[in-house]
Design a protein around this ligand. Sequence first.
Ligand code: CU
Length: 319
Amino acid sequence: MLTAAVPAVAAQPLSTLEPAGVDAERIAVFFWWMGIGAGIVWLAAMSFVAYCLWLPSRSRQAPSPRRVVVTGGMVLPSVLLAVLVGGIVPHTNDFVDTGAADGALRVRVAGEQWWWRVRYPRPDGGDVELANQLRVPAGRTTHVELSSDNVIHAFWVPSLAGKIDMIPGRTTYLTLEPTRAGTFRGVCAEYCGTSHARMTFDVVVLAPDDFERWLMAEAGPARAPETALGRAGAAAFVDSGCGGCHTVRGTPAAGVIGPDLTHVGARRGDASVLPHANDDLEVWLRQPDLVKPGALMPPFAALGAPRLQALVSYLRELR
Ligand SMILES: [Cu+2]
C-alpha cells in the first residue's frame, strides 16, 4: 500500500555520459574535452606547486617576473583556451534545431501541472494524444515542438539530447535522434511548482516497424471492457464525471483538462510516478495529492472501495 513515499517507476540512470542519441553523444564528447582539459591544467598547476615546495632551494632559480607573466599568464592560457574554445564553439550550431527536416517525425509536447501532454499530429488532421510517455523510432529524427500554457517547464532526456525550456506563449524545439532502442527517463528540469520533482516521463525508442505498429494501435479507439468488473468501472467512469476532464476515444468521454486515457492501461506507469500497480492506482483515484501534491485532479475517496476497484479494473483494460 502506498504511503507518502512514492517509488519511482524505474530507477534508470539519468546520465549524460551514457548517450543513446546524436546530441547526447556530442554533449558527452564536450564533457570529456572540457574535463580532460581542466584535468591537465590542474595537474600542471599542482606540479608547479610541488616543484616550488619540495625542490631544494639551491637548485631553483627564480624566473624573471616578466617571464612568469608572459608564459604563465598570457601564452599558456591563450593556447589552452584557444584549443578548448576552438574545438567546441564551431559545434554549438550543431544543436540549433533547423525546423522539421523532411521525413522527420513531429511530436508536440505540452508541459502541464504536473504532467506531459504528448500529441502526434496525424495526416487526417486529428491528433493521437497520450501522457507522460513518448514513443519514437530509432535511427530517425523526431522533431519535438514544446509549449506550456502555465509556467516554465524544461524538457530533458539526458541520454538522448540537451535540455530546453518550455515557455508560455512561445514554441521551442528540440531534435531527438536516438541511435538505439531502449527506454530512457526524462524529467522536468526547471522548477515549476510543488510536484515538479514528480513530473517525469519516459521516452521509449522502438525499431521503426514496431513504432509504426504502435502508432496505428494508439490512434485506434478504446477497447470495450471485457470483464464484469471492467464494465462496472466503465459505468462508474461515466457516473462520476471522469469524462469531464478525461478523453477516452470511442466513448462520450471527451474532457481535455487531464490526460487522454484511451490507452492508459498500456502505459508503463500511472500519473508519471507510480509503478503499474493496482493498489497504487486506487490510491491515486482516492487521493491524487497524496501522490502529487497540488495535482489538478480531485479526490474520489467518496466513491467507496468497490467502485474504485471497478474503476481500476476498467482503466487497466484500456490498453
Ligand atoms: Cu515542470
